[in-house]
Design a protein around this ligand. Sequence first.
Ligand SMILES: *[C@@H]1O[C@H](CO)[C@@H](O)[C@H](O)[C@H]1NC(C)=O
Ligand SMILES: *[C@@H]1O[C@H](CO)[C@@H](O)[C@H](O)[C@H]1NC(C)=O
Ligand SMILES: *[C@@H]1O[C@H](CO)[C@@H](O)[C@H](O)[C@H]1NC(C)=O
Ligand SMILES: *[C@@H]1O[C@H](CO)[C@@H](O)[C@H](O)[C@H]1NC(C)=O
Ligand SMILES: *[C@@H]1O[C@H](CO)[C@@H](O)[C@H](O)[C@H]1NC(C)=O
Ligand SMILES: *[C@@H]1O[C@H](CO)[C@@H](O)[C@H](O)[C@H]1NC(C)=O
Ligand SMILES: *[C@@H]1O[C@H](CO)[C@@H](O)[C@H](O)[C@H]1NC(C)=O
Ligand SMILES: *[C@@H]1O[C@H](CO)[C@@H](O)[C@H](O)[C@H]1NC(C)=O
Length: 669
Amino acid sequence: MALRSALLWFLFVVSAHVTDAQWKPRSRMILTDASHHQPVQWGFSSASPQPSAGPEPGDRAPAFQVPTLDGKFSYEPADALNGSVVIHAFTNKSGFLESLWSSESSLKSLVEGLPGRTQVLFLSLDDSAVSDALWMREQLHRAAADSAKKEVLTRLHFSPVPVFALGNWIPNVLYYWGCMGHNCGLSQAVFTSDGWKMPIIIKRLDARYDWLMGRWSTKTYQLADAGDGCEPSPSLGGAVAWVSEGNCSFFTKVHSMAKSNASGVLVYSLPGNPIQDMNCAGDECYFPLGIPAAMVHQEVSVTQALLSGQAVNISFQTTPSPNFFIGIDQQGALAEMGWFLYPSFSFVNWQAQWFEFSAGLQNKLQSPAKVIPVFDQVTMQGDKGAVATVDLPSDLGNFDMLELDASLSCPGKRDSSCAQWDHTVQLYVCCDQLSQYCNTELGRWITAFRRGTGHWLTDVSPLIPLLDSNKCTFTMKTVPWAMPWVVSLNLRFSARNQTGEGLENLRPFKVTPLYSGGTFDKDYNKRYQPMKFAIPSSTKKVELFAVITGHGSDENGCGEFCVTSHHFLINAIYNNSQKFDSAGTALGCTLRVKEGAVPNEHGTWLYGRGGWCDGLQVDPLRIDVSKQVNMSDFESNTVVYFGLFNGQDPNPSQQPGYIIMSSFLIFYK
Ligand SMILES: *[C@@H]1O[C@H](CO)[C@@H](O)[C@H](O)[C@H]1NC(C)=O
Ligand SMILES: *[C@@H]1O[C@H](CO)[C@@H](O)[C@H](O)[C@H]1NC(C)=O
Ligand SMILES: *[C@@H]1O[C@H](CO)[C@@H](O)[C@H](O)[C@H]1NC(C)=O
Ligand SMILES: *[C@@H]1O[C@H](CO)[C@@H](O)[C@H](O)[C@H]1NC(C)=O
Ligand SMILES: *[C@@H]1O[C@H](CO)[C@@H](O)[C@H](O)[C@H]1NC(C)=O
Ligand SMILES: *[C@@H]1O[C@H](CO)[C@@H](O)[C@H](O)[C@H]1NC(C)=O
Ligand SMILES: *[C@@H]1O[C@H](CO)[C@@H](O)[C@H](O)[C@H]1NC(C)=O
Ligand SMILES: *[C@@H]1O[C@H](CO)[C@@H](O)[C@H](O)[C@H]1NC(C)=O
């Protein structure tokens, strides 16, 4: 009872402070709803009979209600399929969040890009929850004012009740999942000076790491005033430069301060301006700088102390905070929202797009198929990888479709337990040791850098002939030094629906391996000679099938971040091409979240890459080449492969990259 009356008292106090006449707590009863006071039992893991210490990703999100400026927001597990829910807890103690909420492009991205069925609940962690809710609503309504997409506003819910007073399970999850990192934790600058009784501690926002390579160390630096920082100063002798916003770009400031021997740069905002995301623009981005920089608000005592010649020291700290974002996916499970590389609501959109993808995938997995489990939560690590031998159905001949239902998760339930880096994962199959098909690649994926939600369905039907015995061994592996991944793999056999376009139910019956990749240097194309291929009698259709990815980094970023194209020339005239146009683009892989690319990974997952994205399957290239071959000539058809960089033979001057390729001709009858 005590808790209940405290909450009612609180709501009364809160409403007494409301200045916006539009807001009325329509239902005070909400907070007396008994369901809020029932302790929630968190997941019993299957491995142990003990309840876990708290809610974890994957646990079912219980029902809740929260008062909002417009009434209330209610969630029932049965509603999950309606769309995902994102819960955001704001605090103005975070420079990251201040910037997220002040940047026009960030606000616009939410208004323009929030997937159609996602609801967002905005909360505040602080005593100022009422004014925070009003401010957040105002920011988004303003951003939507000249937008055609006002409908989105009906899906945004702002609560004036601070997180610490909600009385439901949400605070538990936010605090229990607390983190330090880009989108959570409180990054701070700590100033000390002999004239002060207390240090001055203010929030900061570090510049993006992808153009500023420097990191603050844990040591104490001296602070030195350097005006607007647009011109190099006399040597700063390793001090951190204190410079004002304005008069030149952030890049120019950091560049000239680096030349002046500063150890780092603190840019303070002009009065009334928010903390911004300091980034490079245009050509500046091609000159990585080696010192760290951060943005803060101006602190008058600091400026005054420096002007009066008082020594000021500066150090940097990050204080843990509750998590600022959690999600409820369309299966009704709690979900992490990943790592926001910079302060933009685009990261909310990408995670919500992925929730939609995941719901669509779950739907597809409901369709009828003969499912052969290969790996069920098997640890893949080291030279051996994950290996399993399975019996295939005896009625394989009835199926013309084979899909790989694969997922990569982590040793623990949190993303923090996941392996780093984006490594290639390959699946090999061997059904008959003596067969030419033994140990051919059946599928390829790229790991999601420190995220454990990857799950993909890949159509590899043309490779059914590789399963040339009823007992097959599957090996899935990545580089042996990678931290462990937990893999699951099901083979899904089904009968493709007839299109009724006069095509008979063609089945692949023979696979002819073509070329593999290699070092992408000036001799790359000299290694490929034309091949003659035989067309078996009764062939009705011939298909080119290739899985190609570019890796490594020469001076042009090849093959990961350069535009390569791959050509299979058939009978000297038909040029079948695949070009990786989006390689090296700033947001290339964000466009593929809808296809299952895991968003909000660590690292630079958003950049486009040579034929792949972090946390995604590699889509096979498939081209029907039946019309390019002479079906009645059993011998003299030819094919040759070549790979180009920007339309030319590669010719790197340093550390050439490499291409990983499997390619085949598939014969159907
Ligand atoms: C989900 O959809 C049902 C039926 O349209 C509706 O009654 C329910 O309120 C919806 N739930 C949410 C959270 O939108
Ligand atoms: C956030 O804090 C900054 C200074 O720390 C202040 O200028 C700004 O008005 C605050 N915003 C809100 C919404 O409280
Ligand atoms: C500033 O740092 C220097 C060197 O680390 C130290 O000797 C000095 O006591 C510090 N002064 C203050 C006020 O912290
Ligand atoms: C910008 O440059 C002008 C002229 O040099 C100077 O007066 C002004 O203080 C500078 N602004 C800032 C914010 O430093
Ligand atoms: C920066 O420091 C280096 C070595 O400490 C010194 O040689 C150089 O002259 C300094 N540069 C400036 C602009 O003072
Ligand atoms: C096959 O496709 C047709 C037309 O798209 C559809 O009406 C039919 O239900 C499908 N049959 C099966 C078994 O999926
Ligand atoms: C196909 O090959 C046969 C046998 O070599 C030849 O007679 C025929 O002219 C070829 N057809 C075409 C269209 O080239
Ligand atoms: C195939 O196409 C690529 C680009 O479209 C071109 O650079 C190449 O020269 C072509 N090769 C042939 C033999 O036609």
